[in-house]
Design a protein around this ligand. Structure first.
Ligand SMILES: [Zn+2]
Length: 306
């Protein structure tokens, strides 16, 4: 690195210093440990090649990078096979064999073949990737026991009143949610295809912690939310009942026969209602009463004929 003022710039005239291979083996093995459980969070949105597993595992790439790292990955693989002999079913080497010369990586019994075909937790044959560590093969039983209580994104939103920008803030680095998302932790999650649809899964306990950060006490928040929803539904029902009563009132004073037909009441009762209305309108005046009687008879006749 050369320095120009306070800003450091990369010097391309000198070969880069190889820090990785100079690390002690135990540190390189620690890095390999992390690479084994490799995870592509958005694999369901990745290329077909990546989904089908045609992209090499990071350990394959690391071992292929130089002789030194290949040796380290090989030693790590030997340790892995022996440490997990109960599931790898590794056969003990012949007593006269030199273990340092054995290739633990390639071939049918090598690490690369084993991790591509076996559940990393029970060793059973499996082509299924772990949802939250999709660099590993994992049978569905082990997936459930290793990462219990997973929750879909839809359930996380509905059960904890969270939005997309809360759950996946890194996808909202710009725009109106960028500021709120910047303060939230990133949750671990995995994506996989279910019947051709990309599904995102989280761990329930992670979502609960996030929801507490967003809402304060999430359980209290959900109770309050349910109360407000109930209150809104109650007000809506009361409003609808009031509107229906107004309609009913209007119908009985303007279209009593139509109402009788709709409710199944007799025309006679509609007629009585109409007569009463007319009488009321004329406040008991003789003229109004006579008119109402004439109208009543005429309408009754019409109804009987009809
Ligand atoms: Zn398993």
């Amino acid at each position: 690195m050369a320095s120009r003022g306070k800003r450091k710039v990369i010097d391309l005239t000198r070969p880069p210093i190889d820090y990785l291979t100079t690390l002690p083996p135990e540190l390189i093995h620690e890095i390999i440990n992390h690479l084994l459980a490799n995870h592509n969070t958005d694999i369901a949105f990745a290329s077909r090649k990546e989904i089908d597993g045609d992209v090499p595992h990071p350990l394959v790439t690391l071992a292929a990078s130089c002789k030194k790292l290949e040796t380290e990955v090989n030693q790590w693989a030997e340790h892995f096979f022996k440490q997990h002999a109960a599931i790898t079913h590794i056969k003990p080497p012949p007593t006269n064999a030199n273990p340092t010369q054995r290739d633990w990586l390639h071939g049918p019994s090598g690490l690369f073949n084993w991790i591509a075909k076996n559940c990393a937790f029970c060793g059973k044959k499996s082509q299924r990737a772990a949802i939250l560590a999709n660099g590993l093969k994992c049978c569905s039983g082990c997936d459930r026991s290793q990462w219990p209580d997973k929750i879909t994104k839809t359930d996380a939103k509905n059960q904890f009143a969270l939005k997309e920008h809360h759950l996946l803030p890194h996808r909202h680095q710009f725009g109106q949610f960028a500021k709120s998302g910047a303060t939230l932790p990133r949750l671990r999650y995995g994506t996989y295809m279910v019947s051709g649809v990309a599904t995102t899964m989280f761990l329930r306990r992670d979502v609960k912690i996030l929801a507490d950060l967003v809402h304060g006490d999430v359980e209290e928040h959900m109770k309050e939310r349910a109360r407000v929803k109930e209150e809104r539904a109650r007000k809506k029902e009361a409003k609808e009942k009031k509107a229906a009563a107004i309609d009913e009132e209007w119908e009985s004073t303007h279209t009593p026969f139509q109402r009788a037909a709709r409710t199944g009441e007799s025309s006679e009762s509609a007629m009585l209602e109409l007569t009463q209305l007319i009488a009321d309108h004329h406040e008991g005046g003789a003229e109004g009463f006579l008119f109402s009687e004439v109208l009543r008879e005429s309408m009754l006749r019409d109804t009987q004929q009809g």
